[in-house]
Every structure is written in C-alpha cells, then in structure tokens.
Ligand binder design. Structure first.
Ligand SMILES: Nc1ncnc2c1ncn2[C@@H]1O[C@H](COP(=O)(O)OP(=O)(O)OP(=O)(O)O)[C@@H](O)[C@H]1O
Ligand SMILES: *[C@@H]1O[C@H](CO)[C@@H](O)[C@H](O)[C@H]1NC(C)=O
Ligand SMILES: CC(=O)N[C@H]1CO[C@H](CO)[C@@H](O)[C@@H]1O
Length: 307
C-alpha cells in the first residue's frame, strides 16, 4: 500500500466562480414581480465542479485556476476546504480583482438551468504560474479549455514533455465546450481524453454524439479517446482503435437540478478511467453519476452514494 502522501492526485485546471442560484416553480416572465422557492450560493465553474465530484468519488483532488481575494472568494475557499479539494497552488490575484459570478435560474418544473455569467476582470491562469508546480504529485490533469490558447498550449506541452521521461505517467483530459473557440482545437493533439460538448457540436453542425466522436477522433493522437455527453441522449465514446461505445441515461425519479451535470459526467468518467475501467464502463459510470446528480439539489448528496 502506498502511503496517503504517495497517492497521486488528479488536478483540475480552469475556472472557479460563484453561482447565485434562484429556484422558481416556473421560468419568470420579463418585468414581473414574483416569489421564488429557494435561493442559495454554491461554488461553480466547470473545472472547480469537476474537482469537487472527483473528491467525493474518493480521488485526491486539487483545483488550480485564478482566484480573487474578495468576499465571494472567501466563500469559495471555505467551500473547497469543506469538500477536501486542495487549492494550495491556485493563482491568487490582487484586491482589485473580482470573483466571476453566475446568476442561475433553476426552473423547478423541468430542472432546466439558465445561466447569466458576469466575468469582470479575473485573469486567465498563466503558464509561468503553472511552471512552478511539482508534476510528480499528479497522475491525471484535467484541463477546462479556457480562452487562453497560448497559456494552455504551453501548459499541456510541458506535461507531455515531463511525461516522456518521468516514472509516474500523467494522463491529460481536455474539455472543449464553449462554441466559437476554434483556436482551442489544436490543444486536442496533447490530450489523452477529449470531452466535446453538445453546445460546441451544435455550433459545428454535428447533430449526434456519434457524429461528434467520429469527427473529433481524427484530430487526436494515437491511443487517445473522444467522449461526448448529449443531455437526455446519454453519451458516446470512441478510441483511435475505432471501437465506438454509447451509454443511455440513468434518469432520477424526479428531475431537480441539471446544473453541473456535464461536469459531474466528466468527473465520474475520469474517475473510472483512473481506476483502469474500459471506455464503455467509464462513460456508463459518467451517466449514472450525472443522472443521480440531476435528481438532487447541488451535488453534495453524491458523497452518500456507493458507486
Ligand atoms: N434529462 C436528463 N436525464 C438524465 N440524465 C441526464 C439528463 N440531462 C443530462 N443528463 C446526464 O448528464 C450528462 C451530461 O449532460 P449534458 O452534457 O447535457 O450536461 P450539461 O448541459 O453540459 O451540464 P452543465 O453544463 O450544467 O454541466 C448526460 O450524459 C446524462 O448522462
Ligand atoms: C504519458 O505517458 C503515457 C505512457 O507512455 C501515455 O499513455 C500518455 O499518453 C502520456 N500522456 C501525455 C499527456 O503525454
Ligand atoms: C463558468 C463556466 O464556464 N461554466 C460553464 C460550464 O459549462 C456549461 C455548459 O456545460 C456552461 O454553460 C457554463 O457557462
């Protein structure tokens, strides 16, 4: 048995932000005044949510990204601690910088989430900050494709280079999800696992999860795999070996909240791949955990389920 400190970590790189969530029984009409059912703060940001779910599934999990020092950021720090997500290597910015905030409206009648995002002046993670990391602590690095292609390209290349001679091998996963960011596609060549979102696919006129993985696998390095989650259609995965797999959804009894279902899917899929599962089993676990998440408020309840 390896000692706790010898256990390699999974690092998630990207955004942490504050989600101010409002739950209403139906989606509001413009210029009306009404009561809502609930209101709460939660930690959001795709990489940050992925790091949370990885921690709940039992991985040693770390988050790295830019963080402010304002009131909102205090909430985020306390929250990361409460989930056991390490953030010792976050890029802490000066007092003039604001935490990004997503105002989220959850429609209780169907679980849908509408996001209004406000990013003021938080910088992107820089390569020089990343370079100070001791990579020997990690077995997996998950990268949320942010609009900083140069920094992210340098980050990923430095991991690939480290990996060539290191004893401990690191695998990289990359999430490309926002449409209109084709400048991030070249990052695909450095990743072992690539997550492509439905949103990005829609924008590129790819109309099914199978079309997405068949199109994107051509851009991948040998041995890599592409994964695409497609809301209530489940998910598909394809490796450069040409073996296509799909998973159905595992719907909860009632849909409560789909916010972060995609990040939960990514985390559970990465967790399964870290355990040595096949791609088929990994996306199936991804859909099971994401489905369970859709049936609860937030994702804290996931830690009470045995997978
Ligand atoms: N209506 C649903 N019923 C059951 N499972 C669902 C539903 N919607 C999503 N899921 C599960 O979540 C996974 C991810 O879904 P999807 O890609 O739509 O998330 P997303 O919209 O990106 O979420 P978010 O952006 O809020 O993180 C799906 O593969 C599926 O397993
Ligand atoms: C790291 O090395 C392993 C083993 O050679 C390989 O499978 C993997 O693709 C490499 N990952 C990266 C990011 O270079
Ligand atoms: C903070 C952030 O970028 N959140 C994004 C996470 O992913 C969803 C889609 O899956 C986006 O809509 C969010 O804006």
């Amino acid at each position: 048995m390896e000692s706790e400190s010898g256990v390699k970590k999974v690092l998630s790189i990207g955004m942490v932000c504050l989600d101010i969530v409002t739950v209403c029984h139906k989606y509001p009409k413009e210029d009306t005044d009404q009561r809502v059912q609930d209101y709460y703060w939660q930690r959001g940001g795709n990489a940050s949510t992925t790091s949370t779910v990885l921690a709940m599934l039992g991985e040693r999990s770390e988050f790295m990204g830019a963080m402010a020092t304002d009131i909102e950021s205090n909430f985020l720090r306390d929250n990361l601690k409460s989930y056991g997500v390490n953030f010792d290597n976050a890029m802490v910015c000066g007092s003039e910088v604001n935490t990004p905030v997503s105002m989220v409206i959850i429609n209780k009648s169907n679980g849908s989430r509408t996001i209004l995002h406000c990013a003021k002046n938080l910088p992107e993670l820089s390569f020089s900050h990343f370079q100070a990391l001791d990579l020997s602590q990690y077995k997996w690095i998950h990268v949320e494709g942010r609009p900083a292609p140069e920094a992210y390209s340098q980050i990923m290349q430095s991991v690939v280079q480290y990996n060539e001679t290191a004893v401990n091998k690191i695998r990289i996963s990359l999430e490309l999800e926002k449409p209109g960011r084709p400048q991030l596609d070249p990052l695909i060549q450095y990743a072992d696992v690539i997550f492509i979102s439905k949103e990005k696919a829609d924008d590129e006129r790819l109309f099914s999860k199978e079309d997405v993985v068949r199109t994107y696998i051509k851009k991948c390095k040998a041995g890599a795999m592409v994964i695409c989650a497609w809301g209530d259609q489940g998910a598909a995965g394809l490796g450069t070996d040409g073996f296509l797999c799909t998973s159905p959804i595992f719907p909860p009894e009632t849909m409560v909240d789909t916010l972060g279902a995609g990040d939960t899917f990514n985390a559970a899929t990465i967790f399964a791949l870290c355990q040595g599962c096949s791609l088929q089993d990994a996306i199936t676990l991804g859909c099971r955990v994401a489905g369970a998440k859709c049936g609860m408020k937030g994702n804290n309840g996931l830690k009470d389920i045995k997978w």
